[in-house]
Ligand binder design. Structure first.
Ligand SMILES: CC(C)(COP(=O)(O)OP(=O)(O)OC[C@H]1O[C@@H](n2cnc3c(N)ncnc32)[C@H](O)[C@@H]1OP(=O)(O)O)[C@@H](O)C(=O)NCCC(=O)NCCS
Length: 199
């Protein structure tokens, strides 16, 4: 599920990487520039803060409670599987980290070509193109890193996210009916995929 991705891997992953990626986007609605770049070690608290914020909204992810996530840094130091590929990019506007996107390698040995997308933008920066910039960047980096396809799952009620994914060529490939129960209503889980490299 998007946004639930294990951010803890970021720390271990970025430690052994140089900065490989940075791209600038013009956000017309804000008349400002956004910088999307790969996350560094010291970005981890900012990313974690956004993750917790979105979880705390209780609208977009099955991880409802924001108070049961352990402290970011301590948790990340105890990551059990550092062999999986994990890509993390973030978006900065005037130096403030306003969103991030991740692609995490599948847990299955036979699905190492496939990654799972996670994405989140701070509420006050949504609807102005940050998610599009993040998606554009993370898919490019994922392709460069050898991923062939990216999967995601999303609540059927999350229309903004679904529209964004469709715009980037994700196809709906499945639906788990009434998979989640949130605030008195059942929610379907929509499964989507996009091929990003030759098989
Ligand atoms: C989904 C999400 C990452 C999209 O990021 P974003 O920065 O809002 O994305 P963009 O601005 O590039 O595009 C969002 C689309 O929704 C529209 N939109 C309008 N108002 C919006 C709003 N208040 N919030 C989000 N999108 C809005 C945008 O105009 C755009 O439409 P388009 O695709 O027809 O151009 C962001 O809304 C978010 O973090 N949501 C909460 C967490 C979440 O749902 N994560 C994904 C779970 S699978």
């Amino acid at each position: 599920m998007c946004g639930r991705t294990r951010l803890s891997r970021t720390l271990l992953w970025v430690r052994c990487q140089l900065i490989l990626f940075e791209k600038h986007y013009h956000l017309a609605k804000l008349a400002k520039e956004a910088v999307v770049r790969e996350a560094r070690d010291e970005d981890f608290p900012s990313i974690w803060k956004i993750f917790r914020k979105v979880v705390g909204e209780g609208e977009y992810t099955p991880t409802i409670r924001s108070d049961n996530t352990p402290d970011g840094h301590e948790y990340s130091l105890h990551e059990e599987d550092d062999k999986k590929k994990f890509i993390a990019v973030l978006c900065e506007i005037e130096g403030q980290v306003v969103g991030y996107a991740t692609v995490e390698e599948s847990m299955w040995n036979l699905s190492r070509h496939a990654g799972e997308l996670g994405i989140a933008v701070l509420p006050q920066f949504r609807g102005i193109g940050v998610g599009s910039a993040l998606l554009d960047s993370v898919l490019g980096v994922a392709s460069d890193e050898g991923f062939k396809k990216v999967n995601l799952s999303v609540f059927h009620t999350n229309k903004h996210a679904i529209n964004l994914y469709k715009r980037f060529g994700f196809k709906k490939v499945g639906r788990k009916s009434k998979q989640f129960y949130l605030k008195g209503s059942y929610i379907d889980e929509i499964l989507m995929e996009k091929f990003i490299g030759p098989l």
